[in-house]
Design a protein around this ligand. Sequence first.
Ligand SMILES: [Zn+2]
Ligand SMILES: [Zn+2]
Length: 413
Amino acid sequence: MEFRPADAVRDTEYGICMMLDRARWSAEGEGGPGSGGERFGKQEQEPASEDVIDVAPGVLRMQLPLHFTGLGHVNMYGLVDRAGLAVVDPGMPGRGAWRSVVRALRRAGYRPADVHTVVVTHSHPDHFGGAGRLAAESGAAVVAFGGFAVPWVVHSGPDVVSVDDSSLGTVSLGTVTTEAVVHGPGRLSVPWRAADNAMSPPQLPRSLRGPLLQLAWRMGRRYLEPPPLGRALTDGDQLRLADRDWFVVHTPGHTADHVCLYDPEHRLMIAGDHVLPTITPHVSGIGCGPDPLRQYLDALDRVTRFDVDLVLPAHGHPFADLAGRTDQIVRHHQRRLGRLREIAASEGPATVEVFTRSLFGAGRGGLLAESEVFAHLEHLRHDGAAVVRRQDGALVYALPEGAVPGGRSGPAN
Ligand SMILES: [Zn+2]
Ligand SMILES: [Zn+2]
């Protein structure tokens, strides 16, 4: 699908979502933030194809274009039965994205009115964004995890958006929480930074600063509302879709409310963003409770226990080797934990910003790179491999007294 400047203007409707989403994805990739390799070097970056592909009996893969993010498309799966079809993850909010949904359905031989169920794997805008409009147009029920919560929930007050405040646990000098607060456009307080060192507009895409940023902020907040759920899922629930039963598998870590769907009859796993073929899913330190990385690694381990022949990811191509791919992702996180311990040994006590700079290089940080580093440092802390204290308002992490870091370089002092 072609991209027109007019789409860019319309897409500012969901402004803050996109800013955050862009940062989120730019923090991904095996090598660090933005390490996508060549243009379209990752499957998930490929532009949306207009092909509708039968990936399994009664299961269609349709691709919807994504703009601004580091991703080229999101897969909207169609699960076909006699009553019409269910769709999984109908893409972004906004008029341009809606037209893409309608076109994709038409290419598959359907109209929005044929959709009886909209399944949302998790609360990121490239997955839930189109659900409300599709449900309104078709009368379909929206189905998602019972704890489904858009992370950037509008609280009272005109310019404050607050993220879930679940505790990360008590540390010696106070409590670390996952709370983050957006103070209007472009200013975000995060738990690891001092209040006077909030994230600022230079972290945001250049095209969205200034008046356009203000407009995006005002209009975008309307799109932060989650769609009303017709059914709230719990782990182990069954969904009858495409003429067979799918089991709901709760897989927290990428978000707290992430679910995969498992079809034991055809050994299919609809994986959302839990396991992607060539990009390492982002694990944020914000909004996922204590030790999100532990949750994520446990949930990775969990899906490998299912008998799966084909994984249907939300971005990139379907693939067969679930165990092999999860193993690669686990090793990626282990390497990163090792690097952070090495950095702690060489730098001494340091803030999340310093760890992020050391890991990715100057100028390659940003909100979501820092949030992922925060998740890894919190994981080390929960494992007893790091300690934390507050210094001048910021969290400062260090190796415990007498600790010897793993990895090649060993302690530098
Ligand atoms: Zn996601
Ligand atoms: Zn996604």
